[in-house]
Design a protein around this ligand. Structure first.
Ligand SMILES: O=C(O)COP(=O)(O)O
Ligand SMILES: [Mg+2]
Length: 230
């Protein structure tokens, strides 16, 4: 049998968790459309796609709070609108697409022996629905949503749980936002930042071990981080 190089050996048992919205998939158009369906029912002006993008990241409840604040809807109405938002969420899949090269990168990482999972603040059931719609479910051994654990990102619990379910080996987290960077820091895990998602802060300010804008480069970044962390 040929001798394996150290880098190939170290990549065999790596656990990689991915954020979902703004990282693997551009779901803002669906979330935007869903928000405007709710706002129309309330007789309120629609929000823009940019506003919707800016409200994503801390889960559905915070999205609804931000949407209500932006259109002067009373806070006492938020629980009802949150419920309506969740009722629509599983069917909000038609406008969502994977980012360019994301499928190919997941395919390459899985073929290289990495164990993959999703850790998103989107509730688990719409997260599973959109992954299923995009034929992406089979890449992942674990899919955790914002309501799967007692807390969600930036608390590290979701990452700890996801990594635990992926077994042993080095752990990496790939995400697009400040919240993901904080969760990775809190979980003491190297963070890879995808720059084409919904981040607001400068990319260089988030303490990422790697910053990438093209998924074709992700497998190489993974290899480099594994080599540098031994
Ligand atoms: O639903 C959200 O607010 C964010 O989801 P994400 O954690 O996949 O970016
Ligand atoms: Mg995200």
């Amino acid at each position: 049998m040929p001798t394996q190089m150290p880098s190939q050996m170290s990549s065999q048992m790596t656990r990689i968790l991915f954020d979902l919205d703004g990282t693997l998939i551009d779901s803002a158009p669906d979330i935007h459309a869903m928000a405007n369906t709710l706002l129309a029912r309330e007789d309120k002006d629609p929000i823009s796609l940019d506003e919707a993008r800016g409200f994503v990241g801390n889960g559905a409840k915070v999205f609804v709070t931000r949407m209500c604040a932006a259109r002067s809807i009373k806070t006492s109405e938020e629980p009802r609108l949150h419920k309506d938002f969740l009722a629509l969420y599983e069917t909000a899949v038609e406008l969502t697409v994977p980012y360019p090269g994301a499928i190919e990168a997941l395919t390459a990482l899985k073929a290289a022996g990495h164990r993959l999972g999703v850790a998103t603040n989107k509730p688990e059931s719409p997260a599973r629905a959109v992954l299923e719609h995009l034929n992406m479910t089979s890449f992942f051994e674990v899919i955790l949503g914002g309501d799967s654990c007692a807390t969600h990102k930036p608390d590290p619990l979701m990452l700890h749980e996801g990594f635990k379910r992926l077994g042993d080996g080095p752990a990496l987290f790939v995400g697009d936002s400040e919240i993901d960077a904080a969760a990775a820091k809190n979980a003491n895990t190297p963070f890879l930042l995808y720059t084409e998602g919904y981040r607001k802060a400068p990319a260089e300010s988030l303490g990422a071990a790697a910053i990438f804008s093209d998924f074709a480069t992700l497998p190489e970044h993974v290899t480099q981080i594994l080599e540098s962390t031994g």
